[in-house]
Design a protein around this ligand. Structure first.
Ligand code: TPW
Ligand code: MG
Length: 571
């Protein structure tokens, strides 16, 4: 017998681990069985199987957001990979380095002339779908070329903070393969960098009311401390975007708040909208932020650094990574002594810190126990409104320390914005429902931290079932279902439509069948008691089925909908 040789799949796992991956989420199929067999045999990273591919994608996305480094989703060809598409699209939109590993037919099968099962139109239909929603792709069909391909594609995921795609024909995972090389970093053009930094500083210097808005890329590239230092040296006010919420809150340059246009803090909105040099660093320029502005922000006068490009007026600087730009700006600015008085916000609410829909834990600020919690609601017999849930969680965190939040789309996300403690991951921009529960599982798998999941009844209907996988892996999230028997956010926009009524599902009684504990909650007193019990019960997921009275919405959702309606009205 010849000595065992390292296989292609094992080399791939090592390369993933070297880039921060700590586990693989997946669902196998026959085209992926050899790959999954290698995952199990090599045991380089634990394999966590779930029930439906969208959840595989959401869990891997959450793992990457929360700890930094790569997330990994492994699926079979066709039916599996195409089931994953929406989760990968969301990761693309929100800048998550998610690696898709897909099984595929072997070359000799493809040459048979037969249609192969799971094939759509052509054998490469799947490849072409993924080319649209990933930043780099490779087909590992030659063990000689695979190490270079793996290095290039995985490095691209981290450099661009976007998903990537690796297709692995089923005869390849067990083939002997050399180690994946370490590639030299891609360096930007030094002259372009200098010109860009000069122009940017000149524009800020000439402005009367410059404002720095920080966004999700600051977190993805680990630039929080450096950008805080930059803001301190520039001495200009900082705000965050919606996706950047929580950024810089624990630094010498704490932001004045999160910009949400008419739905947010009016002082923050005025400052942003009246700025004559608004500098957006790593901000996804989306309608969630900018379509609800009272005064349309003319982005032609803004400075926008995003996706490796910097735009100022009609000047574009291409291929300038944010990290290089921030470092060059810092190098340009002479060291100045800390001047907290210049940055202090008169009358600002203490510590609007905490949660950020793009978080990883390094960015989660430690919040003093006395941090503001939403208007403390009594634990009485009144029915539970969304804000009561934020208040109850605030009290729980104040007493026992913050927990990370995984949040879905719907009023639960607007409610989560009220919380000032705990890191938050949520699809704040792409807004794909069904993220919350699987994201909570991915978060706990990747970090070991116990999460709180905030999810609406509609979204829970999509992926709540995945909780049945928690017991097997020892995950025990606390899941708060905002059960308003409605697609309430849609109803807020279009109250007359009857189709938004979902009827009341009894989620509490489903928990036991999935290996967890269910608590039906109707009053604020019951909410407080159930939360306390859930918190003290470890080892099984805890589901709070919170029955919210019809029409009860969070104030932020009400303001957001009012703003959108007002602005979409002609005239
Ligand atoms: C995958 C569109 C946005 S909000 C919403 C829908 C259907 C209703 C959410 O109901 P839920 O929460 O979860 O009960 P709440 O607070 O509003 O009652 N399909 C996908 N994603 C989105 N965003 C939609 C549809 C949508
Ligand atoms: Mg609902």
């Amino acid at each position: 017998m010849s000595p065992p040789q390292t296989t292609l799949a094992e080399r791939l796992l090592h390369a993933l681990r070297d880039r921060g991956a700590t586990e693989v989420f997946g669902i196998p199929g026959d085209f992926a069985l050899p790959l999954f067999g290698e995952f199990e045999r090599a045991a380089v990273l634990p394999l966590h199987t779930l029930s439906h591919e969208p959840a595989v994608g959401f869990a891997a996305d959450a793992a990457a957001r929360m700890r930094g480094g790569l997330g990994v989703a492994a699926v079979t060809y066709g039916a599996g990979a195409l089931n994953l598409v929406n989760a990968v699209a969301g990761a693309y939109a929100e800048r998550v380095p998610l690696v898709v590993l897909s099984g595929a037919p072997a070359a000799h099968e493809a040459a048979s002339g037969l249609l192969l099962h799971h094939q759509v139109k052509a054998l490469d239909s799947q490849w072409r779908v993924y080319a649209e929603i990933t930043a780099a792709q490779a087909r590992l069909d030659d063990p000689g070329r695979a190490p270079q391909q793996i290095a290039e594609v995985l490095d691209a995921a981290l450099r661009l903070q976007r998903p990537v795609y690796l297709e692995i024909p089923r005869d390849m995972p067990t083939r002997p393969c050399a180690a994946v090389p370490v590639l030299p970093p891609v360096l930007p053009d030094a002259d372009a960098l200098d010109a860009c930094a000069d122009e940017l500083l000149q524009r800020l210097g000439a402005a009367q009311r410059p404002v720095l808005m920080v966004g999700v890329e600051i977190r993805r590239y680990g630039l929080e401390a450096r950008v805080a230092e930059l803001a301190r040296r520039l001495r200009i006010p900082v705000v965050t975007s919606f996706m950047g919420r929580g950024l810089l809150s624990d630094t010498a340059a704490p932001p004045r708040g999160t910009y949400l246009g008419l739905a947010g803090d009016p002082e923050v909105s005025a400052q942003v909208e009246q700025s004559d040099a608004l500098c957006l660093l790593g901000v996804i320029v989306s309608d969630t932020n900018f379509a609800v502005s009272a005064r349309r922000i003319d982005l032609r006068h803004a400075i926008v650094a995003l996706e490796g490009r910097v735009t100022m007026g009609h000047h574009h600087y291409l291929e300038l990574p944010l990290t290089a730009l921030v470092e060059r700006l810092l190098a340009r600015l002479r060291e100045v002594p800390a001047a907290p008085d210049l940055l202090a916000v008169p009358g600002a609410p203490g510590g609007r810190s905490g949660a950020a829909p793009g978080a990883h834990p390094a960015a989660a600020p430690p919040v003093p126990a006395a941090a503001a919690t939403p208007a403390a609601a009594a634990a009485d017999d009144a029915p539970v409104r969304p804000l009561d849930i934020a208040a109850a969680l605030g009290r729980l965190f104040a007493a026992h320390g913050p927990m990370p939040l995984a949040c879905d789309v719907g009023d639960c996300l607007f409610t989560a914005l009220e919380l000032t403690q705990g890191a938050l991951i949520a699809p704040g921009y792409y807004a794909g429902m069904g993220y919350g529960v699987p994201a909570g599982l991915g978060l706990q798998a990747a970090t070991g931290q116990r999460p709180v999941v905030l999810v609406g009844d509609g979204a829970f209907q999509m992926t709540g079932w995945e909780l049945g996988n928690a017991r097997r892996y020892g995950w025990d999230p606390i899941v708060l279902v905002f059960n308003n028997a409605s697609w309430e956010m849609l109803r807020a926009f279009q109250p007359a439509s009857r189709f938004n009524a979902l009827g009341t599902w009894d989620f509490a009684s489903m928990a036991a069948g999935m290996g967890g504990d269910g608590h039906c909650v109707r009053t604020r007193a019951e909410l407080q008691a159930a939360l306390a019990q859930a918190h003290s019960t470890r080892g099984r997921f805890q589901l709070l089925d919170i029955r919210i009275p019809p029409g009860a919405q969070s104030p932020t959702l009400e303001r957001f909908v009012a703003a959108v309606k007002r602005l979409s009205m002609p005239g």
